[in-house]
Design a protein around this ligand. Structure first.
Ligand code: B16
Ligand code: MG
Length: 211
């Protein structure tokens, strides 16, 4: 019944969430801010400057815009070091099979990641050519939970939002899909992704016919 499937990248196709965690942890601790996995959950799907603001809200001092940009840059350089050695071994279980099932069913395939490193990560994973359209995060004004990124993907794929299935692991991402008027498939836990229409543990359980 769908005409397109639009995937999130981090946490759905590959576990870059762990690399973001390591890079943010080092940055936060350099500013005297405690950082753990629970806090990292709040950052999933949130863009770079938005994530930095959430971290610095726990700092004792205030920061100028220039200082913030420098810190965001520092985090990104560390993140890029971490992802430089990624390969197809970093694909999450079921990811390639899900992409191939969608392709075989004749549906369009999009990628809606707010990460400005998404093209690099797709290249390292070796799956760039599996997508009909990849949103360039640099062209998006409002990050998730705003619907902009999923709506842009649908428009570029030439498919109406109600004919799209969105796949997301983050609370903010599922909210973005739902406010775009799409069907939301959550990857994770139903207690966390309460807004999703269906939640599965990983793409290993992806079954296009059942949504
Ligand atoms: P970058 P997604 C998001 O990607 C991540 O979930 C989030 O943790 C990260 O801060 C954001 O990308 C920005 O990434 O610093 O590389 O531009 O989940 O939308 O694929
Ligand atoms: Mg994600």
């Amino acid at each position: 019944r769908f005409k397109a499937v639009i995937f999130d990248l981090d946490g759905v196709i590959t576990d870059t969430a762990h690399y973001h965690y390591l890079a943010w942890k080092r940055l936060a601790e350099s500013q005297g801010v405690h950082f753990d996995h629970a806090f990292n959950e709040n950052l999933k799907g949130i863009d770079r400057m938005g994530s930095l603001d959430l971290i610095l809200a726990s700092s004792k001092r205030t920061y100028t815009q220039e200082e913030k940009l420098a810190l965001a840059d520092e985090k990104n350089r560390h993140y890029q070091e971490l992802i430089a050695t990624m390969s197809s071994a970093d694909l999450l279980p079921g990811a390639v099979r899900a992409l191939d099932v969608v392709r075989a069913a004749g549906l369009r395939i999009g990628l809606a990641s707010v990460s400005k490193n998404a093209f690099t990560v797709l290249g390292r994973l070796g799956i760039t050519d599996k997508f009909d359209y990849v949103v360039d995060a640099a062209t998006i004004a409002r990050g998730k939970p705003d619907p902009e990124i999923f709506l842009k993907a649908a428009r570029e794929l030439g498919v109406a939002p109600e004919d799209c299935l969105g796949v997301e692991d983050a609370v903010a991402g599922v909210a973005s899909i739902k406010s775009a008027g799409m069907f939301a498939l959550g990857i994770g836990h139903p207690f966390v992704l309460t807004q999703a229409d269906v939640v599965i543990t990983s793409l290993g359980d992806f079954n296009l016919e059942s949504y």
